[in-house]
Design a protein around this ligand. Structure first.
Ligand code: PBG
Length: 325
């Protein structure tokens, strides 16, 4: 008789036939840096995640150095915000200084930077505001110039990879051209290619102090009800413009998008962002004693890997690395 339970009959057999396992060396941990000293401010809606001043951040990098994690992705919160997000484009902005601080502690740790403006602008949008068809909206092409400047500031400070998350058209091509023209042809771009206008980013906007002051991000991020083909088009365009790694975001509500992206674009690495809301929901339920956090996290991260993402940006990267140890 066909007996499916034979391959489950004891732990050794089960282990032998497993095809997926967590691998913290493929996980990237998001970190939030801000001005000041001695600041380690827990994010209310994200227990276990903090806004850190650079001294505290440096200590964090030191601790992470003993763990087998893939790298970190940095988000900056400047003291002064303005219409165009000047701090984001400055060589003495919060992120260039954070990169230098991290490299001074560990020059081998992969440092990825988020390239976007919502944390830096007074209005909280991901670019500068212009008149688009008579409406106050993010001006795509003016924002591209800003993106090029921000990218080069990160590159000059020593970032290992830049990751644009603003969903501006042409951002990858603009960044590639700027990098290549300035001696950074070697720097890879990980594009947030298929990024949906998702309610799952809610806690992040508290963490990064980046909620839009008017309107929302639906004119640049993807509609959650759009056909899946639109996500494939976004990814294809980014590949054509020179993206080295493409990403689907969020992860868990979009496993079908991850799966299809892996099928359509098997030739380049695919990342997924296990976003703040996905983290907070699990944390909240765990705090209430309703679920087993570690098992839920493992199951979720395995699902993302099985869907086809080989790289995962997740707030649990450090925990996973500790569990592995
Ligand atoms: C935008 C950005 C966002 C996230 C990463 N980059 C938020 C947004 O688009 O509003 C969300 C990440 C998360 O929710 O964990 N710079």
């Amino acid at each position: 008789m066909i007996n499916m339970r034979r391959l489950r009959f004891n732990p050794a057999v089960r282990s032998l036939v497993q095809e997926y396992s967590l691998d913290s060396s493929k996980m990237i941990l998001p970190l939030f840096v801000r001005e000041g000293t001695g600041i380690k401010q827990e994010i209310g809606s994200m227990p276990g995640q903090f806004q850190m001043s650079l001294d505290v951040f440096k200590e964090k990098i030191r601790q992470l150095s003993d763990l087998n994690i893939g790298g970190v992705i940095l988000f900056g919160i400047p003291d002064v915000k303005d219409e165009v997000g000047s701090d984001a484009m400055s060589d003495s902005g919060i992120i260039p200084r954070a990169i230098e601080a991290a490299k001074s502690v560990n020059d081998k740790m992969l440092i990825v930077t988020d390239v976007c403006f919502c944390e830096y602008t007074s209005h909280g949008h991901c670019g500068c505001i212009g008149d688009v068809g008579g409406r106050k909206e993010v001006d795509n092409d003016k924002t591209l110039d800003m993106i090029a400047r921000q990218t080069l500031a990160h590159a000059r400070a020593g970032a290992d990879m830049v990751a644009p998350s603003g969903m501006m058209d042409g951002m990858i091509g603009t960044m590639r051209t700027a990098l290549d023209a300035s001696g950074f042809a070697h720097l890879p771009i990980m594009s947030y290619s298929a990024k949906y206008a998702s309610a799952f980013y809610g806690p992040f906007r508290e963490a990064a102090e980046s909620a839009p002051k008017f309107g929302d991000r639906r004119s640049y991020q993807m509609d959650i009800k759009a056909g899946i083909g639109q996500a494939m088009r976004e990814i294809q365009l980014d590949i054509d413009e020179g993206a080295d790694i493409v990403m689907v975001k969020p992860a868990l509500a979009y496993l079908d998008v991850i799966r299809l992206a892996k099928e359509r674009f098997p030739d380049l690495p695919l990342a997924a962002y296990n976003v703040s809301g996905e983290y907070s929901m699990v944390k909240a339920a765990a705090q209430l004693g309703w679920i087993d956090e570690r098992r839920i996290v493992e199951e979720s991260l395995i699902a993302i890997a099985r869907a086809g993402a080989s790289i995962v940006i997740t707030y649990w990267a450090e925990d996973v690395a500790r569990w592995e140890k």
